[in-house]
Design a protein around this ligand. Structure first.
Ligand code: NAP
Length: 266
């Protein structure tokens, strides 16, 4: 079987490093080059942690695509760089698989228009953890029968945004099937501000930030005499890599733009 030739942008980052190991350890994948804003012209094997991974490092993405044959670009950098990389990849007929978060609605619309024009696959996934995607899907299923729900998301204390994008996405998915209502006692009053968490369509989202955590979320549904809890834990950034693998394989078969891993999982 023909191998899928992959370029990874951001290989020294926490996610990029995991992606390099994923590609190296997957038979049908081949790492052809990496894009790094430093170390131009060196080999990846010259850098710490990448022993024997003898692929060229490029800083110039156009030169990279001119000199190497790539099918897919995996981008794990920053929103501005990720957007430039994804657009340039599409210009060169390379399918972007982007895990970088923080794209605006207009960025996504622009990428979608280019994909349509070029009939090329592109996947943008703010959460590659399959378990997290299933947690959201199961929560939407449960919300049909349980209208009272609270979301508790827990992350490392260096996270800048609260609530997490996954918690907001979960609330959005739940609200597609749940009749909007204000939960709790109608006369409920907070004696300390924020005690009941953020309000999304009357359901509550609570954000916990502690060192030692990576990314965790539980969704608790309650009704007469019963509760159901759906929980997902990412203990390691390797948890995102099975989603990256599926996204790369799927991008090769797509000729359209996809936003969100949930849209390519059966
Ligand atoms: P990180 O450790 O800070 O790594 C980011 C990498 O991007 C670094 O190697 C950085 O290089 C590089 N970079 C930054 N600006 C660049 C530029 N202009 N040109 C080329 N490379 C550049 O971050 P991370 O934790 O790996 O996260 C990377 C992205 O993935 C973030 O957007 C994060 O939110 C997202 N993420 C997504 C998922 C998911 O499931 N989709 C999960 C976790 C994180 P320097 O070292 O030179 O700065």
């Amino acid at each position: 079987m023909k191998k899928i030739k992959i370029v990874i942008a951001g290989p020294r980052g926490r996610m990029g490093k995991e992606a390099v190991y994923l590609v190296q350890n997957t038979d049908q994948f081949e790492l052809t080059a990496v894009l790094d804003r430093k170390n131009n012209g060196m080999k990846l094997s010259d850098l710490d942690g990448f022993q024997n991974i003898d692929v060229p490092i490029y800083t110039d993405i156009e030169l990279c695509f001119q000199e190497t044959q790539a099918d897919v670009l995996i981008d794990l950098t920053t929103p501005e760089t990720g957007m430039y990389h994804a657009k340039t990849a599409l210009e060169y007929g390379v399918r972007p698989v982007v895990g970088t978060t923080g794209f605006s609605k207009s960025d996504l619309d622009e990428l979608e228009a280019i994909c349509n024009e070029k009939s090329l696959g592109c996947i943008i996934a703010p959460n590659f953890a399959i378990g997290a995607v299933l947690m959201m899907k199961f929560s939407r299923m449960a919300a049909k029968y349980f209208g009272d729900v609270e979301i508790i998301e827990m992350h490392h204390d260096q996270k800048l945004d609260a609530p997490s994008g996954t918690a907001v996405k979960t609330a959005e998915m739940i609200s597609q099937v749940r009749e909007a209502k204000k939960q709790g006692h109608p006369k409920e009053k907070e004696t300390i501000q924020g005690a009941r968490g953020a309000d999304y369509d009357g359901m509550r989202i609570h954000s916990v930030r502690l060192p030692g955590l990576i990314a965790h979320q539980q969704v608790i549904f309650g009704s007469e005499g019963q509760t159901i809890t759906i929980r997902h834990d990412s203990y390691h950034r390797g948890s995102f890599m099975s989603g990256v693998k599926i996204a790369v394989e799927t991008a090769m078969k797509l000729d359209t733009f996809v936003y969100g891993l949930e849209n390519i999982l059966e």
